[in-house]
Design a protein around this ligand. Sequence first.
Ligand code: NAD
Length: 489
Amino acid sequence: MRQTNRPDARPRASHFIDGVYVEDDAGETIDVIYPATGEVIATVHAATQAVIDRAFESARAAQAAWAATPPRERGRVLTRAAQILRERNREMSILETMDTGKPLQETLVADATSGADALEYFGGIAAGLTGEHIPLGEDWAYTIREPLGVCVGIGAWNYPTQIACWKAAPALACGNAMVFKPSETTPLCTLKVAEILIEAGLPAGLFNVVQGAGAVGGALTTDPRADKVSLTGSVPTGRKVYSAAAESMKHVTMELGGKSPMLVFDDADLEDAVGGAILGNFYSSGQICTNGTRVFVQKGLRARFVERMAERMRDAVIGDPLDEATNFGPLVSARQMEIVERYLKIAEDEGARRVVGGERLDRPGYWLTPALFDGVTDDMTMAREEIFGPVLSVLEFDDEDEGIARANATEFGLSAGVFTRDIGRAHRVIGRLRAGTCFINSYNDAPVEMPFGGVKMSGIGRENAKAAIEHYSQVKSVYVRMGRVEAPF
Ligand code: NAD
């Protein structure tokens, strides 16, 4: 295992527009804090209206020529960007760790690599994006798949590189331009993605990055020069962005929060189920939208599950995220730590039993140990609201119907998982769970080949796979009459 020294994370300037770094000191100052120590490691400025104008103008100007570029050439640029991203994986992963605090052990395999997968996948299918021929007897029709225009991307702070690539890759493959705003908490990685795209041959203006918090996101969402908004964020923000976008009938993709269930049946492989629940609750310090934070364990297995989970949680290596032996890092910010601590207190006040964890570590930075709660009931706050931190709730259930009904009793519908050795039950249960992204005997896998997204309050639209193409392009229908026009008069 290696220990990496902390490099200088300061970007050349705050924004990246039309192929170059751009600064405007008039924008509000945003400190970038390394979550492992609480130190300020960089400073950026929020975009002013002048910066936003420049981003949209350059995107608009570049988009028409890009849409007219042969799709295989568009694809080639994305494929090259994927290669560069892979070659720089270590450098990008270190930056991702400094932006988010996630351990390097994770970022080396889950961030730039996942971004590269998206660039490679959409680079590969760009040339195959076509319309249809529709026979109508003598007449016929055809469809043309057209880009939407300029798409706005707004990111959350948990996966800055991945989110930027998951949005940019399909958008660019379809012939769109993108103006992207990373989260104000993690502004660094997306600038590097923009640099790499230019280096790979992407014409200037097609992927512009502007910094800022909600006000800048709001300005991007309502701008008449935007044709689509794709947000990754919380449900309250999703509500605001979706309704603001509706004013001008913009296309939307909403990747929002969750309170996803995991159903562990008596016949499950205990080690796999515990491992799945660890991945689904503690990876990225629990700050993952799809996390299976309501772990319903069938009565016969519950006690053993809790015991084994507590044992394995004691093996978590909590420490310097840049040490590759570390597998559990800090929370992203002081604010996030306070939110999680508040939920921990409510959990105990409401009678949940804390088995292990949930302690603040006495060191600079935002450190909480992973927490396991038993005896959680459906009405408790911790079983109803998204905590977005390392807090696992165990709820007991008796039979399949009851488990499914309780799992579905939530406003969210992002993910769901089932652990069982009974193949019939696995598919039957998944068929009845109301969630967009599901797992059987696994949890939190997100390969680019598989559509990703939620139902109910967890979102609308899909990222990844061929499904994403539907959300970054629109179909023009053309009716072709082969005979004479017969008019009534
Ligand atoms: P957030 O909703 O606070 O912010 C998300 C983004 O929206 C940020 O860039 C923020 O600046 C911007 N924003 C805030 N107010 C806005 C407004 N009024 N108009 C436009 N933009 C605005 O979320 P967060 O705290 O950054 O991230 C955590 C949340 O994201 C969790 O709820 C998590 O579940 C969700 N998330 C979802 C997915 C997914 O794919 N479904 C992935 C990661 C995170």
